[in-house]
Design a protein around this ligand. Structure first.
Ligand code: SF4
Length: 447
């Protein structure tokens, strides 16, 4: 480890969620005397940029188009991360900034207007256009906010144009979604209803959204909206009576923007695994004053299904040692799931950023002594990883191939963001994602 790049501190036990809605964790252990170790690293990082978020955002908001204003590198990243859509009209693309734009020889705003006009004339199905900033657009200081405002005026009311940055200079991997949703918050209509409503924040697969809708209905919690919605024309209303649950741990700016609109965050663990899902639902149930008995009745079948599915994969994972590199910000949540529900041993849990408030309930559930590394010094972290001889490494694509070549089983973090993993009915699928690389490694060593 490079000591100059690392600062360590011991975290006091994280408190369970504050009692807005009296969210008492149904499965939380006593945390007295428990602590985790937190160290910070400031060195070279190996993470995707925020453009990657387009891959799952374009699938969710089905009448939106994401236009990256970037270079051929950005276009290649999008193409390789998202694959090629052969049968469908694509819903993302790249407006390439050419050399003459970079040299200031062309009027980039006029070029952008021309590209957008051609796109919208050809694609009348697009109702929302995101102009996504990149490293090159930032380097030439292309003012995409001004462009979005101008183009919105030109194409309103048929199309709304919104800008956000996915640049690798500003964002890592999942921060792209945060930037996108935060940019949408000012467009949410003001809620006029005096009754409380629930907003679930963070992109979820449609199948998971439908399951949660049924679960909230069974609990008598509602009305419930999901943000982002499936259609940009159905943006949920927000106001002082909105309570929101975060479905993803990387939505700092979005949460802050929603609070700025008067909404109240319901602190909770995140809905991964049986335990996380139960605690997440409980935070909403408490805010809606659902009795413990009704809560237990409405969730019993889901818990039972999840636990049955997890039992199938636990023998393959229990006792195995896992090292998580920082990539998606899901790492502390995955660590809690892997250690508590599958019996894995945590060697180190990296995360690009640690939002202490949003993750307080998760940190409280981590085993005593868990080492969390915020930030990265990739070479030092690789040295620690190799020295610890893990059974499984969770990391980005850039590290996975070299580690696999060294005989270490890896799981790509990006797959955990693309796949439906939330809720009771996906708990088994999530566990299986960690079993597969171990089985593959076993087959390879048997050759
Ligand atoms: S935004 Fe920056 S980091 Fe991301 S692909 Fe484009 S040039 Fe690379």
């Amino acid at each position: 480890m490079n000591p100059s790049a690392t600062a360590s501190s011991a975290l006091p036990p994280a408190s369970p969620p504050a009692s807005s809605g009296a969210a008492e964790l149904p499965c939380a252990p006593a945390v007295a005397g428990q602590h985790i170790s937190l160290q910070h690293e400031r060195g070279q990082q190996q993470v995707f940029c925020g453009l990657a978020g387009i891959v799952w955002l374009h699938r969710k908001i089905q009448d939106a188009f994401f236009l990256v204003v970037g270079s051929r590198t950005c276009a290649h990243l999008m193409q390789s991360a998202a694959g090629v859509m052969i049968f469908a009209e694509p819903r993302f693309g790249t407006a390439i900034i050419e050399d003459r734009d970079l040299a200031g020889l062309a009027n980039a705003h006029a070029e952008l207007d021309r590209v957008v006009t051609r796109l919208l004339e050809r694609r009348p199905d697009i109702r929302m256009l995101f102009l996504v900033g990149s490293c090159p657009s930032e380097v030439i200081k292309l003012d995409l906010a001004r462009a979005a405002e101008r183009l919105s005026q030109t194409f309103a009311p048929a199309v709304r144009v919104v800008d956000y940055s996915g640049s690798g200079l500003e964002t890592t991997f999942t921060q792209g979604e945060d930037a996108c949703l935060a940019a949408l918050v000012p467009l949410l209509p003001a809620a006029t209803d005096s009754a409380p409503s629930l907003l679930v924040v963070g992109t979820l697969a449609d199948v998971v959204e439908d399951q949660f809708r049924r679960q909230f209905a069974a609990l008598g919690i509602g009305p419930v909206d999901f943000f982002p919605p499936r259609r940009s024309t159905a943006l949920p209303a927000v106001g002082a009576n909105t309570r929101f649950l975060l479905a993803q741990p990387y939505l700092r700016d979005t949460a802050r923007a929603l609070e700025g609109r008067g909404a109240t965050h319901l602190p909770a663990p995140f809905p991964l695994g049986a335990e996380g899902t139960l605690a997440w639902l409980k935070a909403a149930a408490d805010a809606w004053r659902v009795s413990d008995a009704d809560f237990a009745t409405a969730t019993a079948a889901g818990v039972e299904r999840a636990e049955r599915a997890l039992a199938r994969y636990r023998p393959a994972l229990a006792g195995k040692r896992v090292f998580l590199f920082p990539d998606s910000q899901l790492e502390p949540v995955l660590a809690r799931f892997l250690s508590r529900e599958l019996g894995m041993t945590l060697i180190e849990v990296g995360t690009p950023f640690l939002h202490r408030a949003h993750l307080a309930a998760e940190l409280a559930l981590l085993p005593a002594g868990t080492l969390i590394t915020e930030g990265q010094d990739v070479d030092a972290q690789l040295d620690r990883c190799r020295a610890s001889a893990p059974d499984l490494v969770v990391c980005g694509l850039g590290l996975a191939n070299p580690l696999e070549a060294e005989g270490i089983a890896t799981k790509w973090s990006i797959e955990l963001v693309f796949s439906p993993i939330h809720g009771f009915d996906q708990a088994g699928d999530l566990a299986e994602l960690f079993v597969r690389p171990l089985e593959r490694r076993q087959r390879l060593t048997g050759l």
